[in-house]
Design a protein around this ligand. Structure first.
Ligand code: 4NP
Length: 143
């Protein structure tokens, strides 16, 4: 199964989501991440995301940002978005059938954007993503 984690910039939330989800799954699963915006394409994750992941034993430093593209609907089984804006931006590119692949990481809730926050905002986001990924694994990955 192939799972794509999506946020706006692909430097704060979705790199964490990629690293955290990978840490819970075996090699039968492929996990990647992307951003709906192109601002940070080619950049490593935000230093604060790298730091909080490191704190919990996950190395995301080698990831590089890329933009979400229509063809991702063909490459991935599940497209997991962090907030409602991400959902709207992704679904806009989808056919009706492809829309069914798109889900919020937290059902009826969001992973808030920590970009303008401090280290504690990044730690809070880490835990929100970690808890939501546990649920995702149980729901879709026979965890
Ligand atoms: P992300 O956070 O979507 O979690 O990667 C953001 C990163 C950059 C910007 C906004 C959100 N930005 O406006 O540059």
């Amino acid at each position: 199964m192939r799972i794509l984690m999506v946020c706006l910039g692909n430097i704060c939330r979705s790199p964490l989501a990629e690293g955290i989800l990978k840490s819970k799954l075996n090699a039968n699963f492929e996990v990647d991440s992307a951003g709906t915006a192109a601002y940070h394409v080619g950049n490593p994750p935000d230093k604060r995301s790298i730091a909080v992941a490191q704190q919990f034993g996950i190395d995301i430093s080698q990831q590089r940002a890329r933009q979400f593209k229509k063809d991702d609907f063909n490459s991935f089984d599940l497209i997991i978005v962090m907030d409602q804006n991400n959902y709207n931006d992704v679904v806009e590119l989808a056919t009706p059938a492809q829309r069914r692949k798109v889900h919020l990481l937290r059902e009826n809730n969001e992973i808030p954007d920590p970009y303008y926050g401090d280290a504690s905002a990044f730690e809070a986001v880490f835990h929100l993503i970690d808890t939501a990924c546990e649920t995702l694994v149980k729901k879709y990955c026979n965890g």
